[in-house]
Design a binder for this molecule. Structure first.
Ligand code: FES
Length: 155
């Protein structure tokens, strides 16, 4: 492969939709790799676009960056995910989406009883204190699946 086959950071950012800062961050996490020119500029193989598409899809499903890195690391020779890899992994992630949907439906149903109420009663409001169980789990939006409580993904 000649240097003309390699992509600059600007080209990867443009084609992937990820900001250069995200590309640098993902490189630090080992999600993508780049070589350096003599002048220290990053150069990427074209396959990086497929890796980034994989990262975006996995993040959309709700995987943490650590989980995405683990999934990529688990591929033979840490290769770029093939069609078959993506098909297999995405099947496994379906149950996660089912869990998230169920949790959001429960959240929505609880909210229904709040609409037009406004009491936020610790005793009877499903949102302010759902069965008192949420309080035992810690602060924050405990009814949301953990992955939906995480900050929005970078890039
Ligand atoms: S605000 Fe009254 S039940 Fe939630």
């Amino acid at each position: 492969m000649g240097p003309q086959d390699l992509l600059t950071m600007g080209e990867v950012a443009h084609r992937s939709g990820y900001a250069p800062s995200a590309l640098r961050y993902y490189e630090r996490l080992g999600l993508v790799s780049a070589t350096r020119t003599a002048g220290g500029q990053r150069r990427y193989e074209r396959s990086v676009l497929r890796r980034l598409a994989f990262v975006r899809a996995a993040r959309t499903v709700g995987l943490s960056l650590e989980e995405v890195a683990a999934a990529l690391d688990a591929l033979p020779d840490a290769r770029t995910p093939t069609r078959a890899d993506w098909s297999r992994l995405s099947r496994a992630w379906r149950s996660r989406l089912d869990e998230q949907i169920a949790a959001l439906e429960a959240l929505r149903d609880g909210l229904d009883s709040c609409i037009g109420c406004g009491c936020l009663s610790l005793r009877r409001c499903a949102m302010s204190n759902p069965g008192d169980a949420a309080g035992r789990q810690g602060p924050g939006a405990r009814w949301l699946p953990e992955r939906l409580r995480q900050p929005a993904p970078e890039g």
